[in-house]
Design a binder for this molecule. Structure first.
Ligand code: ADP
Ligand code: ZN
Ligand code: MG
Length: 480
């Protein structure tokens, strides 16, 4: 495959739809919430009754500007809604109010590790309803609750060169969108959707692009692109031509299937929406929204690197999921100076658990920041060793107890009672006179042997550092 990729370099562009978490829909007062019973959140406006008029929800505009600015776009001086005309049973007006040549934002970018991916545009539009195909109904049902739910469409330039880069771009983009707090960005709920466009270059010239739809995970996006790159390469190898078409990703069989070819491409007959006047947003309002932007992942990564002295990879991994970075900072406030240890726990043992349970972040574990703080304190104070801490964590996650409670219940605390340790050390020295003498005559190694013996006697509960200290002291006394 790598040969083919070199022969026909892939060109990829993404189109992302983001459902905005506003209280109400984009052009009417209906609630914008997920999971209501079918057709419970509808009104004459979103059902497209004749004589009704849309009114733009200000919060949609504000969220839109927030995202456009977060993606480094310029807010356009003149913003216009257009009607995108097509017939489909989930679209009661037979047109979707969207934006065309005068969108909200243009010319942004997303910064990857070593590349900048240009964002062509960000525009506002309304969502359509949902068809439900139920067995035995003898037809399809339609739910208009989603009709008029606010969407942002984010379109990249065809700057991506591989499925891996598309995956990284989506991860980075989702990270930014989560930080902006305008959507739950949940792909499973359809709050974040993605179409991918891909073509192959031949002899330096751009090829015909194919659009892939029905992608419901980032992995699906990169797998479908890999498949499509192979498929198009084979077409070209056999002397054929790649046709301009829309294909569906079949997640089960891992292949793309023809949905419609160019002849059947829609002609949307865009025209300006006569019921919504063109408008502009004042500089003041744009600047107010810009000032209100949160610290975004890139800046936070830099702060973790320079301020907390975290390695770049740790900082990047932590900030890529906002909830993990928030968790980290909450812990750090309670135990300053333990950044690296906290990062290790969050990115290591805790993240492993998150992945195994298919969760989103460490927030979803029954292990609040206070628990991690407790665990770190237990180690720092020498009450438990790092090795024991791992077991304590496993138990705490399983039993939903705090680490201190687990230590207490299991009697896991290291013996730090000096009197008890000293007594045990005396016995060890008595049992191992040769090693004791060896140490006293200058053989450092003998001390390690004695430490081992002491730890064995205390069943691993004595910390190595304390054991060593006590033995040194003791052998000095015996000698002197
Ligand atoms: P259309 O007019 O078909 O909607 P656009 O120019 O709006 O096409 O682009 C839609 C998406 O396709 C964008 O994400 C863009 O980056 C991508 N795209 C455009 N041309 C190509 C190409 N030759 N190969 C791959 N992707 C492309
Ligand atoms: Zn409505
Ligand atoms: Mg387009």
């Amino acid at each position: 495959m790598s040969e083919r990729v070199n022969e026909y370099p892939p060109v990829i562009g993404l189109e992302v739809h983001l459902q905005l978490a506003t209280a109400s829909k984009i052009f009417c007062g209906c609630a914008n919430s997920f999971g209501a019973s079918p057709n419970a959140q509808v009104c004459p406006v979103c059902l497209g009754f004749p004589g009704t008029l849309p009114v733009l929800n200000r919060q949609v505009l504000r969220f839109g500007i927030r995202v456009a600015l977060g993606l480094n776009c310029r807010i356009q001086p003149r913003i216009v809604f257009h009607r995108k005309n097509y017939f489909y049973p989930d679209l009661p007006k037979n047109y979707q109010i969207s934006q065309y040549d005068l969108p909200l934002g243009l010319g942004g970018f997303v910064q990857l590790k070593d590349r900048r991916i240009r964002i062509h545009r960000v525009h506002m539009e309304e969502d359509a309803g949902k068809l439900i195909h139920e067995e035995g109904e003898g037809g399809s049902l339609v739910d208009f609750n989603r009709t008029g739910v606010p969407l942002l469409e984010i379109v990249s330039e065809p700057d991506l060169t591989s499925p891996e880069e598309a995956y990284e771009t989506l991860k980075t983009l989702k990270g930014i969108l989560q930080y902006l707090e305008v959507s739950d960005c949940d792909m499973e709920k359809g709050s974040l959707r993605c179409d991918a466009n891909v073509s192959l270059k031949t002899g330096g010239a751009m090829g015909t692009k194919v659009e892939i739809k029905n992608l419901n995970s980032f992995k699906g996006v990169s797998r479908s692109l890999s498949y499509e790159i192979l498929r198009q390469g084979e077409v070209l190898d056999s002397g054929g031509k790649v046709l301009q078409e829309t294909r569906l990703w079949d997640d089960v069989n891992e292949r793309t299937l023809l949905m419609r070819s160019k002849e059947y491409a829609h002609d949307y007959r865009y025209f300006p929406e006569p019921d919504l006047v063109p408008f502009s947003v004042s500089e003041n309002e744009i600047e107010a929204i810009r000032k209100d932007l949160p610290e975004l992942p890139e800046a936070r990564t830099r702060r973790f690197e320079s301020g907390e002295k975290l390695p770049a990879a740790d900082a990047k991994a932590l900030t890529s999921v906002k909830a993990n970075a928030d968790y980290f900072e909450e812990c750090l406030k309670a135990v300053p100076g333990t950044a690296k240890a906290l990062a290790n726990w969050i990115l290591g043992d805790l993240s492993r658990e998150v992945n195994e349970r298919n969760l989103e972040s460490v927030r979803d574990l029954s292990f609040p920041p206070g628990h991690l703080v407790e665990l770190v304190k237990l180690i720092d104070s020498g009450r438990i060793s790092g090795k024991m801490a791992k077991e304590v964590l496993v138990e705490a996650l399983k039993s939903r107890q705090s680490p201190a409670a687990v230590v207490q219940a299991r009697g896991l605390a290291q013996v730090t009672d000096l009197a008890v340790l000293k007594e045990a050390a005396l016995l060890v020295v008595k049992e191992q006179p040769q090693a004791a003498a060896d140490y006293q005559s200058g053989k450092e190694q003998a001390l390690m042997f004695l430490v081992g013996q002491l730890m064995r006697r205390t069943k691993g509960a004595a910390s190595p550092a304390v054991s060593q200290e006590i033995l040194r002291e003791l052998l000095k006394e015996v000698k002197g």
